[in-house]
Write a new protein. Structure first.
Length: 100
């Protein structure tokens, strides 16, 4: 979610979107989808629910349902000097797998 005042990235906390830069806030609405907030290593992470379609898609075949489209994202799962891991999620059956 981006701030309407300064176009900076906002974070969800305590039921409100808060701008990191200018401090403006607004309530999280039902159309903002399901948000799960968790803490890991002193950092707050917001995970979008599975029904959110904001990730880019790629033409890749799902081994479960044979669908040819999947959402993908990159994560640094190993040391910083190694390449990222590409994580796919099928757009049809939600099966998740990774590619190194």
């Amino acid at each position: 979610m981006f701030c309407k005042e300064c176009n900076s990235l906002m974070k969800a906390e305590n039921g409100e979107w808060t701008c990191k830069k200018c401090g403006s806030s607004r309530k999280v609405k039902s159309e903002d989808h399901h948000l799960i907030t968790t803490k890991r290593k002193e950092k707050e992470i917001v995970i979008l629910g599975q029904d959110v379609n904001t990730l880019p898609t790629a033409k890749v075949r799902c081994s479960e349902c044979k669908n040819n489209k999947a959402y993908w994202r990159l994560e640094q799962t190993r040391a910083a000097d190694e390449p990222e891991t590409r994580i796919y999620r099928c757009t049809k059956c939600n099966k998740t797998w990774r590619e190194y």
